[in-house]
Design a protein around this ligand. Sequence first.
Ligand SMILES: [Zn+2]
Length: 85
Amino acid sequence: MQAGIHPNYHEVKVMCACSASWTTRSTVKGDELRVEICSNCHPFFTGKQKLVDTEGRVDRFQKKAAKSKALQAAIASRKGTEATQ
Ligand SMILES: [Zn+2]
């Protein structure tokens, strides 16, 4: 093995947002690895349907969609009143 070219491959503790944890080996800096989804909580493995909401993106999108729908309704109603005048 040539010296000075290999990353530090060591044992790390993986911790998921669902509170599951296990150890593995990795070249990550430090000795712990934090993940937001794992095979214990991902819908593919649990078989349950749920939205995987990382950093509130789903919530943000739904808010945006509701806003756009309201705006479209407002425009449609305005067009409706203009047509009758
Ligand atoms: Zn998990």
